[in-house]
Design a protein around this ligand. Structure first.
Ligand SMILES: [Ca+2]
Length: 250
């Protein structure tokens, strides 16, 4: 069986997201896995089909890039790097009319920080243009999924819908107890007067948090899988500091 990780990927591990500073797509040659499901497949097959600038109603990709460059040029630290920090990304998401119109939510600094970390291939804590473009593709793709499940356009999906998305659509193999933990952290329970029952709901930013963390942590874990004869085992050892580096950056 082919080792699903090449040396370059192992060298660039970090959160399992780096590619030696090269801006390539999520380039993992990760096939379906007995232990990790087929989550990488959904991402690769769908995210790069998304066209963010078109979704946001820009005329060209250059117009989206201009928004990025304008924001980056606003402070010396970001201008020097031609890149954004969390607050800059928050400005772009909240104050660019067409982007704001598309999602119709308020992006928090915390959320923007997480999104920068997810795609920080250059591992400098800043979001360069290729990382930004990829993020926008991810968000448009995830938003499309979210809207498909949010049939009544309430801005929320229900817990059982999240279970379907994560398990059936994205292909993660999570135990029910893990899903429960995840729901406790990212959902809210509300009383629904029409059905006279309680519902467990997730908003789009909750959903993005789940998507980002599941993906990054699964990548990080899988990159450290304690393989036997080239076969994944679904288990690993962590050194304390290595573990902290994995979880603290998100
Ligand atoms: Ca970066």
């Amino acid at each position: 069986m082919l080792n699903p990780y090449n040396m370059q990927q192992q060298a660039a591990m970090g959160m399992g997201m780096g590619m030696g500073g090269q801006y390539t797509h999520y380039g993992y040659q990760q096939g379906p896995s007995q232990h990790y499901g087929s989550y990488g497949g959904y991402f690769q097959n769908n995210v790069f089909e998304c066209n963010a600038w078109q979704a946001y109603q820009f005329g060209t990709q250059d117009e989206l890039q201009q928004v990025f460059m304008m924001e980056a040029s606003r402070s010396p630290a970001t201008a020097a790097r031609q890149a954004l920090q969390a607050e800059d990304l928050m400005n772009v998401m909240n104050n660019t009319h067409s982007i704001r119109n598309y999602y119709r939510i308020n992006w928090s600094r915390e959320m923007c920080s997480i999104m920068i970390a997810m795609l920080d291939r250059s591992r400098d804590g800043f979001m360069q243009w290729p990382e930004f473009l990829e993020l926008q593709r991810c968000l448009v793709c995830w938003f499309n999924v979210f809207m498909q499940y949010d049939a009544n356009r309430s801005g929320f999906i229900e817990a059982h819908e999240l279970v379907n998305i994560i398990g059936k659509l994205f292909g993660y193999q999570l135990q029910p107890a893990t899903m429960t933990t995840l729901l406790k952290r990212y959902s809210r329970v509300v009383y629904d007067q029409y059905s006279n029952t309680e519902k467990t709901l997730l908003a789009f930013d909750d959903f993005v948090s789940v998507c980002v963390r599941l993906r990054a942590y699964t990548d990080a874990f899988r990159a450290r899988d304690r393989q036997i004869n080239g076969r994944e085992t679904g288990s690993t050892y962590f050194q304390y500091d290595d573990f902290l580096q994995c979880v603290m950056c998100l």
